[in-house]
Design a binder for this molecule. Structure first.
Ligand code: NAP
Ligand code: ZN
Length: 351
């Protein structure tokens, strides 16, 4: 019972995404078969489609903020039933045996997690394809439950933008009275504002875009600092316990470090690669400050985030688009013109 699915794929770094038909595997005993309803559009999708990181294999069907409805389950599936609303994020498998996997940190699996797209299935060695498609087959361990009462379109971005900012907020124990800053107000940044605020932190946005101030305040920022204005940056010196830097391209991290409190951490989640200009260790050493990195979040933490969002009524601010508009959405994302996450309505694939 292989499943024929319709989706959109890029076939080279230069090509637009275009209709692409492919097969999903025969369901295994622990598999959940999902009809995809919505899929968020992450900047990582764009990086991958255009081979910005140099490791893309084509054709590539992006999409790792997947919300769908279960249409069938294998005989060993215990947590899901036909009709349930479920989510799939950035991973669809891992070794499940190593210390990281046993701790629920599948994203740091010693053998490497199998990513939802651009990965290779551990059993059949076939390429994995993501959520810009109308169906997916995923082992139940990598499927999460969606709490009742949340708008499904707005839940999709929690599966990547949400968990990628939630995980550092939790790891660095942000709570009542913490001072948190977020650099960049896009998909990840707007979730970071909402989540940090809901955890009780005093929240600041660093942005290059003066026009985003009003939105930032509505999303949870107590303060907005133009990162290009040295006087405004000096005004928040030694302030933050945690800075979550979501900027997607190489940028000068140096000006942010002096805004960390003693013992504070700047965690890079946006940019992969060498920093340029190089990081000066002096302000770090003189204040026991750290510059760190963080990758998405594991399955238990993703479920925890969804429960937290269910309890606090938190979803992403989304602009729903038909699949056919994906290439225009990418161009807008490159101009930082996203308010604040595009989400594809998969019904458009059937239109
Ligand atoms: P996005 O929606 O495009 O938002 C990025 C924001 O960063 C922009 O809205 C803009 O905000 C700011 N920005 C953009 N270019 C900049 C530049 N050159 N200098 C300074 N600021 C700039 O992207 P996203 O989906 O949130 O993703 C952000 C990054 O995180 C991407 O690189 C993505 O691949 C990565 N990511 C990492 C993980 C992980 O696990 N670590 C997970 C998901 C995504 P302002 O207008 O406010 O300045
Ligand atoms: Zn993502």
């Amino acid at each position: 019972m292989t499943m024929d699915v319709h989706g959109y794929a890029a076939t080279s770094p230069e090509s637009d995404l275009a209709p692409f038909q492919f097969e999903r595997r025969d369901p295994r005993p622990d598999d959940v078969v999902i009809d995809i309803l919505f899929c968020g559009v992450c900047h990582s999708d764009l990086h991958t489609a255009r081979n910005d990181w140099g490791w893309t294999t084509y054709p590539i069907v992006p999409g790792h903020e997947i919300i769908g409805r279960v249409t069938s389950v294998g005989p060993n599936v215990t947590r899901f039933r036909v009709g349930d609303h479920v989510g799939v994020g950035c991973m669809v498998d891992s070794c499940r045996q190593c210390a990281a996997c046993k701790e629920g940190l599948e994203q740091y699996c010693e053998q490497g997690p199998v990513f939802t797209y651009g990965g290779v299935d551990r059993q059949d060695r076939r390429p994995t394809h993501g959520g810009y498609s109308d169906g997916i087959v995923v082992s139940e361990r990598f499927v999460v439950k969606i709490p009742d009462g949340l708008d499904l379109k707005g839940v999709a971005p929690l599966l990547c933008a949400g968990i990628t900012t939630w995980s550092p907020l939790r790891h660095w124990k942000v709570g009542e009275g913490s001072h948190v800053a977020v650099a960049g107000l896009g998909g990840l940044g707007h979730m970071a504002l909402k989540l940090a605020k809901a955890l009780g932190a005093h929240v600041t946005l660093f942005t290059r875009s003066p026009g985003k101030e009003q939105d930032a305040r509505r999303l949870g920022a107590d303060q907005v600092v133009l990162s290009t204005d040295a006087a405004q940056m000096a005004g928040v010196a030694r302030r933050f316990d945690l800075i979550i830097d979501t900027v997607p391209s190489v940028h000068d991290v140096g000006p942010y470090v002096p805004t960390l409190a003693i013992g504070g951490t700047l965690v890079l989640v946006g940019y992969l690669g060498n920093l340029d200009p190089m990081l000066n260790t002096v302000p770090m050493i003189l204040g026991r400050k750290s510059v760190a990195g963080s990758l998405i979040g594991g399955l238990p933490e993703t479920q925890e985030l969804l429960e937290f969002c269910g309890a606090h009524g938190i979803t992403a601010d989304v602009e729903v688009i038909p699949m056919q508009d994906i290439n225009a959405a990418y161009e807008r994302m490159l101009k930082s013109d996203v308010k604040y996450r595009f989400v594809i309505d998969m019904a458009s694939l059937k239109a």
